[in-house]
Ligand binder design. Structure first.
Ligand SMILES: O=C(O)CCC(=O)C(=O)O
Ligand SMILES: [Fe+2]
Length: 373
């Protein structure tokens, strides 16, 4: 059975909700233990706290320009199996257009099924000025600035199950409309068949009950956020989002510490699941000399492998992937080496090679990544 009396889908509803939270408690109970939380009052007193409907957004920000593109995971839809076999990495080739926010929302009203959406767009100044950066977003060890992105899409649209390559902690604030947010811990990533930072599991095509069963099996977090609420995504956690209404969100991507920044940015292509698993396991090691020793070992290995010459991007990809697998297995999760995606997932390899070879590095600037080694 799908749908409950409130018109919302049945969900696991297993994310803690708090009105506000002190940074120390947030770090202790959520950040270090990588537990999501919903904070309902991060914008008290800020202009945006009164802008919680489509009408109010059009009035306040209607003439702000946003960039829209087709949902770049559309090739994964039921009707596009052929495109899907050609690979997942549509983002690199997507055509991007500019539109005023009010124009986009009028387009959605005229064509409710549109595939166009605004995703990971640097938050325009006018909107940023209406926001208050929540206290929890300023981490004591941050070695860089916070970044903010804006997302706008129509009811029925979605964000395919993925993780973000920058290893930043994220707080996603819901401006208007409701969103279902699902998160899958990195510990379960072998079960969702990663293809670099995209899962090959199509949650968006599943029936409600089937989806719930899978989420239980994965130990996923599953919640709905409403206007005015913000949800914390631990760095690199896998996430999937459903637009239950047409809506808009703004995220705050915290500055990383020196080590995470150095390691992620060193990669020409930072979307290796095992790289993120490594950093997330490391987060759980207390700040001791043992951790400093681990970090030195990791950096020595990474900087030497990433500096090596390779005959082509495929060889570079394989060597990089192999190195991250070994580091996870040797240093942090002794035991079985994860499956070789290179041999069972040509799509992952294709995605990585395409990223390596893409002449445009604009995506690095958009993600605010520094220069690779
Ligand atoms: O809300 C969305 O559409 C996706 C959010 C997301 O992927 C992110 O904040 O990284
Ligand atoms: Fe994301």
């Amino acid at each position: 059975m799908s749908g409950s009396k409130s018109g919302l889908p049945d969900i696991l509803d297993n994310v803690r909700r708090v009105t506000s939270i002190q940074p120390e408690e947030f770090i202790e109970n959520h950040l270090l233990s990588q537990q999501p939380v919903i904070i309902t009052d991060t914008q008290a007193g800020a202009e945006i706290s009164a802008v919680t409907t489509q009408e109010a957004v059009v009035k306040a920000f209607g003439d702000v320009v946003i960039q829209v593109q087709r949902n770049y995971t559309s090739p994964l839809s039921r009707n596009a199996a052929e495109a899907r076999r050609q690979g997942l990495s549509q983002k690199v080739r997507n055509r991007i257009e500019e539109m005023r926010l009010e124009e986009y929302l009028a387009h959605v009203d005229a064509d409710p099924q549109t595939d166009l959406l605004c995703v990971e767009y640097r938050t325009p100044e006018r909107i940023h000025d209406a926001l208050r950066v929540p206290d929890v977003c300023a981490l004591p060890g941050a070695a860089e600035d916070l970044v903010s992105f804006t997302f706008v899409a129509n009811r029925g649209n979605y964000a395919h199950l993925h993780f973000d390559g920058d290893f930043r902690e994220v707080l996603l604030y819901q401006v208007f409309g409701r969103k279902r947010v699902v998160m899958v811990p990195l510990a379960a990533q072998e079960k969702i068949s990663p293809s670099m930072n995209f899962s090959k599991v199509l949650l968006q095509n599943m029936a409600a009950e089937e989806k719930l069963d899978l989420l239980r099996y994965l130990g996923a977090y599953d919640c709905v956020i409403s206007p005015g609420e913000a949800v914390y995504f631990p760095a690199s956690i896998w996430h999937y989002v459903e637009y239950l209404d047409t809506g808009m969100s703004v995220n705050f991507r915290f500055g990383r510490d020196d080590f995470a920044r150095k390691v992620v940015d060193a990669n020409r292509v930072p979307f290796y699941p095992e790289l993120h698993q490594l950093l997330s396991l490391l987060k759980e090691v207390p700040e001791t000399p043992e951790r400093a020793g681990l970090q030195d070992k990791i950096w020595t290995e990474i900087s030497s492998t990433l500096r090596q010459e390779h005959t082509d991007s495929r060889a570079r990809h394989r060597a990089t992937q192999e190195m991250y697998r070994r580091l996870v297995a040797d240093l942090l999760a002794p035991g079985e080496l994860p499956r070789q995606v290179a041999t069972d997932c040509p799509v992952a390899e294709q995605m990585a090679v395409e990223r390596h070879d893409a002449p445009s590095k604009r995506w690095r600037e958009e993600l605010m990544l520094g220069d690779p080694l």
